[in-house]
Design a protein around this ligand. Structure first.
Ligand code: CA
Ligand code: CA
Ligand code: CA
Ligand code: CA
Length: 529
């Protein structure tokens, strides 16, 4: 799927006159007639035909054989300039035609383009004013609704709303043998109007990643599609919505050891192209996560190709093609594991577990949009420890949460980091439970953060799912609200905004014996400010 580019073919036959383009700014121009005067000092190369002339096939810098002189004679090069700072202007050498590629896109087809990364929507030079180009329900002038997006572009999602359990019986999603587990959940707003759930399940004693489309209540639409190849043990399945498709990444061992793969899928999970293999190196490449910058995907994963697990990353274009090579993002001597990625205003943030079996830190790195480092590793855990971080961009800061597996009270902690790599909220405890709080999932609302997590405080033969609203500095705004009720473990919640103020939650549950994947939801409560 490519985005249309404006293409203007110029007449290049010798002597053809170039047709002007009316009252608008010129879209092309010839270089000044005396531009080649300096070549008088060097005799022109001899020729019989134009094809004898070096560079004759570059129609952007045309050259012809002057039959009277028997010499190659350069013509004025094609200069492509549409005087529009919001396009990249290039000349196609094969056609001698100008190609004006928009620098910003309208992914969600609401008629408003997103800004160039690093520009505020609608600011000078931004080339777009859509504050959320993944949702057609958000654009300047829209009326704020409770729907999980910032409709009116004031920086706040669902201003003032809170979210409470819908109170429905949870729905089993997976159709595979246990063990199964959730991997991703996203809402295809405006285009597909359904959730896409990804999960890993067991089939014929091998693990595979499946995609399943769901209604707002978690009812399955169609059958699950297997994302990874048959007979290739697979896992992962993180996904991100772009406004008209999902990007999805996973790992499997079709080529021997585990490598990272990427594809784009329609709202129903149909692949839009062949699988793209992102890694090809010695050792395991595992646990990929994905984010979207507005014009590119960023995939991060842990990779042992240098002998110790480090975090690596890869940029990918919207047509699915990788940009450049794999980039190593961490350089510490111990293991860097379980990375997560988010895209800020003009940077990319990566959080990861650091240390290995005996040391449990959570660290953060700030990168530019080309995955080059803007900071050293920032240790976030302080006096606590932490594993399995989660990371979101929340309006002006990165929010990281993790749980402490080692010491009482085994709480969930959080921290926030600015785009100048300043720790604006040092590690603080986010949960009240006296026993174990684990597996935070965060949804950013601009001035608040909704946290969904697991906790065994109620001793219901294991963990239940809870939700709590925090302010932008991670101060609790609500009590911990219990979401699930079934005996046994309800763990690994993955939350996604849905329609009409819903928050979908995909999680792992063993209420029917083995570990299976279930869905439940929160609903919007209160009034929109
Ligand atoms: Ca748009
Ligand atoms: Ca939009
Ligand atoms: Ca708003
Ligand atoms: Ca809204």
């Amino acid at each position: 799927m490519t985005h249309p580019v404006l293409e203007v073919t110029l007449g290049l036959a010798l002597g053809a006159s170039l047709v002007g383009c009316g009252a608008r700014s010129p879209i092309y121009e010839r270089a000044p007639a005396d531009a080649g005067a300096s070549i008088d000092a060097t005799p022109l190369p001899e020729c019989e035909n134009t094809s004898d002339c070096e560079g004759f096939d570059n129609l952007c810098a045309p050259v012809v054989c002057d039959s009277d002189l028997g010499r190659c004679s350069p013509l004025a090069p094609v200069v492509c300039n549409d005087s529009d700072p919001c396009t990249d202007d290039t000349c196609d050498p094969a056609k001698g035609s100008c190609v004006f590629t928009p620098r910003t896109l309208d992914n969600d087809k609401d008629g408003r383009k997103g800004p160039i990364p690093g520009h505020a929507p609608g600011s000078p030079g931004a080339c777009g004013d859509d504050c959320d180009d993944t949702s057609a329900a958000a654009y300047p002038g829209a009326v704020e609704l409770c729907d999980g997006v910032d409709n009116d572009c004031n920086g706040v999602v669902d201003d003032g709303a809170s979210f409470v359990p819908a109170g429905e019986v949870e729905v089993q999603i997976d159709v595979t043998d246990a063990p199964s587990g959730p991997q991703g959940l996203g809402w295809s707003g405006g285009v597909g109007d359904g959730y896409l759930a990804s999960y890993v399940g067991t089939s014929s004693a091998k693990t595979h990643t499946f995609l399943q489309r769901l209604t707002t209540q978690g009812t399955k639409i169609g059958t699950a599609s297997q994302l990874s190849m048959v007979n290739a043990d697979a896992s992962g399945g993180a996904l991100v919505w772009t406004g008209d498709r999902f990007g999805v990444t996973w790992y499997d061992r079709r080529s021997g050891d585990y490598e990272i793969y990427f594809n784009q899928v329609a709202p129903d999970g149909t692949k839009l192209g062949p699988d793209v293999q992102l890694t090809n190196a010695w050792g395991f490449s595992l646990y990929p996560q994905i984010a979207f910058t507005g014009s590119e995907y960023v995939v991060v994963w842990q990779d042992e190709q240098d002998g110790v697990f480090a975090v690596w990353g890869q940029r990918i274009r919207l047509d699915g093609q990788p940009i450049g090579e794999n980039v190593r993002l961490t350089d510490e001597p111990n293991e860097a594991e379980s990375p997560v990625v988010a895209v800020g205003f003009q940077t990319i943030g990566v959080a990861y577990g650091y240390g290995g079996a005996f040391l449990h830190d959570v660290r953060f790195r700030l990168l530019d949009l080309e995955l080059q480092p803007l900071s050293d590793a920032i240790e976030l855990t302080g006096s606590a420890t932490g594993v399995y971080p989660t990371l979101r961009w929340n309006e002006s800061r990165y929010v990281v949460a993790w749980h402490d597996p080692d010491s009482e009270p085994h709480a969930i902690y959080g921290s926030a980091v600015s785009e100048t790599a300043a720790v604006v909220v040092p590690a603080k405890r986010l949960t009240d439970g006296p026993r174990h709080s684990r597996y935070p999932s965060l949804l950013p609302l601009g001035d608040r953060v909704l946290m969904v997590f697991s906790d065994n405080r109620d001793q219901n033969q294991g963990y239940e799912i809870y939700a709590r609203m925090l302010d932008a500095s991670l101060v609790p705004l609500s009590a911990e609200t219990r979401v699930t009720q079934a005996p046994g473990d309800s763990v690994y919640p993955m939350a996604s905004f849905g329609p009409n103020g819903d928050v979908g939650i995909l999680f792992r549950d063993d209420r029917i014996g083995g570990q299976h994947v279930f869905f439940t939801r929160l609903q919007c409560a209160g009034t929109i400010d």
